[in-house]
Design a protein around this ligand. Structure first.
Ligand code: MSP
Length: 492
């Protein structure tokens, strides 16, 4: 079997309901997966939920239910949202599943035996929201820079992962694999962090009960991040590779998937994925992922999303009114993937009306209306040529290059540049009046436009799969019918 293109999202914490930020990464993975599939590649798209740790324990306690019940209910919310957003994932791993827990326990014991994990004592400042110890140097005014809360001083017996041993191998790896740290402008942050020296990492807790117990010492549970990262391997059959009996018939052969091609994540968890995760993989003697891509963060109407502001955007509030595809389009057109962005309803409506209702929707309607009048039907074989189609072919190459680089906004720019020139072409050639004097030329122009629209239809497929299906139906050969607008304008 040929190796699949393996793309992952972070596995999401289940302490609160999903919002637009979670949807962002998952949609990006979906877009990449759909694009790769359209190119004939075999794709495996994994997402999941991160279900252990003190935060979940606390949330369940506050709700008066067991952590298991809490995560079962909350996982449903994520799964529902993925359905609404038309996410075509191949697997969704939950870290409370036996297929995951067993692999984490086994890996822990392997590294313990190898000496990459050892027992010691730890005292340090712990940010509960990060689920991580923070170094004094990372604190801002004594507080966690991300969560703006004071970390707690904790002392405990713990097992350590020998992260310090991987400083040099990691630096060498970054040097030799320039695409691993992506986008490139984020690489320096990681390289400098590693160059400054790595400390061994505490990977067990005695105070957290809601976690995977260490097999050889169940008084300890495994640190939620050590547990979580392993999902990328447990989901694809590493348990079978390790010879764990229950997984002899597991559905995946690890070797057909690993190494991952792209781990998509948000910038705040870059270090976990670009430092700790590759070090764990090196300790296991496994090849490293080809790319870890850290995208930026969304604010909402200029503000950080937060509990205190209560400004989390549930994507369903938008999709129920305006449809799923416009949201999928908007968030990838509006902001370069990789950078930060701001979500505002005004910007959304503006793009909806300008890009979708006007530029694309009207183009399709007017082309098909004129084609209905002048051609009647779209022929099976259209031998159209002309400058417009040459430009489409060139744009197609640019589009592919951008998609391969995860430059989704640029890929869409390339498509909308063509859409713009098609609208201009219609305005200039005026087929409606040309038809009276030069019917043959008019037909050729309309055919050219139909063929160019098929390119557009292809380009938007990963972003707006339902819209593109509908466009393809309208543009197929055969009699042309009357259709309602693709995107009815949003009125003020
Ligand atoms: N459970 C960890 C990840 C473990 S992966 C082995 C975690 N979970 S999370 O629920 O907090 O989700 C974090 C991810 O959600 C971010 O990395 C990012 O992909 C996405 N986002 C959450 N809020 C976001 C924004 N405001 N904007 C963009 N994406 C954000 O961290």
């Amino acid at each position: 079997m040929t190796k699949k293109f393996y793309v992952t999202t972070p596995i999401y914490y289940l302490n609160s309901a999903p919002h637009i930020g979670h949807a962002y990464t998952t949609l990006a993975a979906d877009i990449l997966a759909r694009y790769k599939k359209s190119k004939g590649e075999e794709v495996y798209f994994l997402t999941g939920t991160d279900e252990h740790g003190a935060n979940i324990e606390k949330a369940a306690l506050n709700a008066g239910i067991t952590p298991q019940k809490w995560v079962d209910d909350m996982a449903e919310k994520f799964i529902d949202l993925w359905k609404v957003l038309n996410i075509e994932y191949d697997d969704l791993i939950r870290t409370t599943q036996p297929r995951h827990e067993a692999v984490v326990q086994e890996i822990f014991e392997i590294l313990l035996k190898k000496g990459d994990i050892y027992k010691g004592k730890y005292s340090g400042k712990y940010c509960l929201s990060c689920e991580a110890y923070l170094d004094e140097s990372e604190l801002v005014d004594g507080k966690c820079p991300i969560h703006k809360k004071e970390p707690q001083l904790i002392e405990e017996e713990t097992y350590f992962f020998r992260l310090s041993a991987y400083q040099e191998p990691l630096l060498k790896f970054y040097e030799q694999n320039k695409d691993f740290l992506s986008p490139h402008f984020r690489a320096a942050e990681i390289v400098n962090f590693v160059k400054n020296g790595l400390k061994d990492l505490s990977v067990t807790r005695t105070k957290v009960k809601w976690g995977i117990p260490v097999k050889s010492n169940p008084a300890h549970t495994i640190y939620v991040w050590f547990d979580a990262l392993i999902n990328y391997t447990s989901a694809i059959g590493y348990g079978k590779t390790l010879g764990i009996k229950e997984f002899a018939d597991y559905k995946c052969n690890f070797e057909d998937y690993w190494p991952a091609d792209t781990h998509l994540i948000g910038k705040e968890i870059f270090r976990f994925h670009a430092v700790i995760w590759p070090a764990v993989l090196m300790a296991l003697g496994l090849p490293l992922p080809k790319k870890v891509f850290a995208h930026g963060w969304w604010t909402v109407e200029g503000e950080k999303m937060s509990k205190s502001l209560g400004n989390f955007i549930d994507p369903r509030d938008i999709t129920s009114k305006y449809g799923v595809d416009p949201l999928r389009y908007f968030i990838f057109r509006e902001v370069p993937f990789g950078g930060d962005g701001d979500f505002s309803m005004e910007a959304f409506k503006k793009r909806f009306n300008a890009d979708l209702a006007n530029d694309l929707g009207n183009l399709l309607s007017r082309t098909l209306n004129m084609a209905a009048k002048n051609l009647g039907s779209i022929p099976e074989h259209c031998a159209a040529g002309g400058g417009l189609l040459d430009r489409c072919a060139a744009a197609d190459g640019e589009y592919d290059a951008h998609m391969e680089n995860l430059e989704f906004d640029k890929a869409l720019d390339a498509a909308w540049l063509i859409i713009g020139s098609m609208n201009k072409y219609i305005d200039e050639t005026k087929p409606w009046s040309l038809a009276k004097t030069e019917p043959e030329k008019t037909k050729a122009i309309l055919l050219e436009l139909v063929l160019a629209l098929r390119y557009v239809c292809k380009w938007i497929t990963p972003f707006m799969p339902e819209t593109s299906k509908e466009m393809a139906r309208r543009l197929k050969s055969g009699p042309i019918e009357k259709y309602p607008p693709l995107f009815p304008r949003i009125e003020a």
